[in-house]
Design a protein. Structure first.
Length: 317
C-alpha cells in the first residue's frame, strides 16, 4: 500500500514508522530482525531502509596502496524484500542520485516493481566522504527532482530508451526529503522551500523531514511549505540523542540547532547510558507535542537500534 493511502486510512490518527540502515557487508540480516522484532507491536505501516553512498577504500598490495571504490552497506532492495516478506509490512527503499546512473536506477526500480514494493524515497544523496561538494555521477541525476521525474515517467510506461504500453505499469508513491532548518547547501530557507516545491511539482507524493529537535522549526517549516502551495503530507523525522558525542556530531553533520535544555541535560550526564535516557525522555515529550498537533506519522531514525525507540513508542502509542 502507498504511504499516502496508509495516511488516509488512519483518518487523522498519527502512525508510527522507523528507518533502518543495512548491515555492513559480511554481517547477518538477523541483527536487523532482532531490532525490528520489538517494534512490530506498534504496527508500523511502513519501514524505510537507507542506501549508502559508494566510498573509496585503500588496499595494501605488496606495500602499495590500491584505491578502490566500494559500498560498505549494499543490499537495500534485498533487505526491503526480506522485511516485507517476513513481517508483511510495506518497505521503502531509499534511491539516490549520487552513485547511480539513470540506467542503474531504472533497473533498481524494475526490481522494486517485481517485488511488489509500492513506495520509493527519492534523494539526491550526500557528497562522497572525500568530496567537499556533491558531484553528480556520470550518466546520473544531479538533483532529486530529476530522479522524481524518472520515477513518474516509469509509472507512465516511459522508460529511458522506449515507451512500453502495458497493463502492469509501476505505480510508485514517491517520498522526498524536507529540511526544517534548510538544507546545508541552500542559501536561504525560501530558496530551499522552492526546491522542495520543484520536487513536489515533479510528482513527489509526500515529504519526510530531516531530524530536528525544536518542534517550532517543524511547525514553521510546514507553514512556509503550505504558503508556497505544497499540500502533500509532511512527516516529521525524529532522532533521539543517544551518546554525548551527538552534541557535536549532529549539529556538525546536519547543520541543525539543539535546544539548550537538551544540551544542558546531556552535558550533566556522566555516562552514555544516562544520555540515552535523557534522549528518550526528551523525544517522548517532543513526540507528544507533535502528535497533539496532528502530524500524520512519527518517523524515527533508529540507526538499527530499537531499545530507545521501543521506550518512546511505548509511551506514545
Amino acid at each position: 500500500m502507498k504511504v499516502t493511502d496508509h495516511i488516509k486510512k488512519a483518518k487523522g490518527k498519527t502512525l508510527f514508522s522507523f528507518e533502518l540502515i543495512p548491515p555492513q557487508k559480511g554481517r547477518s540480516i538477523q541483527e536487523l530482525y532482532n531490532n525490528i522484532d520489538p517494534l512490530m507491536e506498534f504496527n508500523p505501516p511502513f519501514i524505510d531502509v537507507t542506501t549508502s553512498r559508494e566510498e573509496f577504500i585503500y588496499i595494501d598490495r605488496d606495500g602499495l596502496l590500491d584505491k578502490k571504490l566500494t559500498r560498505m552497506r549494499p543490499g537495500t532492495v534485498g533487505i526491503c524484500a526480506s522485511i516485507k516478506h517476513k513481517y508483511n509490512v510495506d518497505t521503502i527503499p531509499h534511491v539516490l542520485c549520487g552513485g547511480f546512473t539513470k540506467e542503474e536506477t531504472e533497473y533498481l526500480l524494475v526490481d522494486c516493481h517485481y517485488l511488489g514494493i509500492d513506495n520509493i524515497m527519492a534523494l539526491r544523496g550526500d557528497a562522497m566522504k572525500e568530496e567537499k561538494y556533491f558531484t553528480p555521477t556520470e550518466g546520473g541525476h544531479r538533483y532529486a527532482n530529476e530522479l522524481v521525474e524518472q520515477i513518474v515517467s516509469m509509472n507512465q510506461g516511459q522508460f529511458l530508451h522506449e515507451v512500453i504500453e502495458s497493463d502492469n505499469q509501476s505505480n510508485f508513491c514517491i517520498g522526498v526529503a524536507g529540511y526544517p532548518e534548510k538544507h546545508m547547501e541552500a542559501p536561504s530557507m525560501d530558496s530551499d522551500i522552492r526546491r522542495l516545491k520543484d520536487k513536489v511539482a515533479a510528482g513527489a507524493n509526500y515529504v519526510v523531514t530531516q531530524m530536528f529537535f525544536d518542534n517550532n522549526r517543524y511547525f514553521k517549516f510546514v507553514e512556509k511549505a503550505r504558503e508556497a502551495g505544497i499540500s502533500v503530507p509532511i512527516i516529521p523525522g525524529i532522532k533521539p540523542v543517544a551518546v554525548k558525542r551527538h552534541l557535536q556530531l549532529l549539529p556538525q553533520v546536519f547543520k541543525l540547532d539543539m535546544p539548550d535544555e537538551l544540551v544542558r541535560a546531556v552535558e550533566q550526564c556522566k555516562t552514555n547510558k544516562e544520555v540515552r535516557e535523557v534522549g528518550v525522555e526528551f523525544t517522548i515529550q517532543q513526540s507528544k507535542e507533535l502528535m497533539d498537533a496532528g502530524v500524520p506519522v512519527l518517523h524515527y531514525y533508529s540507526m538499527g537500534k530499537s531499545d530507545n525507540i521501543k521506550k518512546i513508542a511505548s509511551a506514545i502509542f
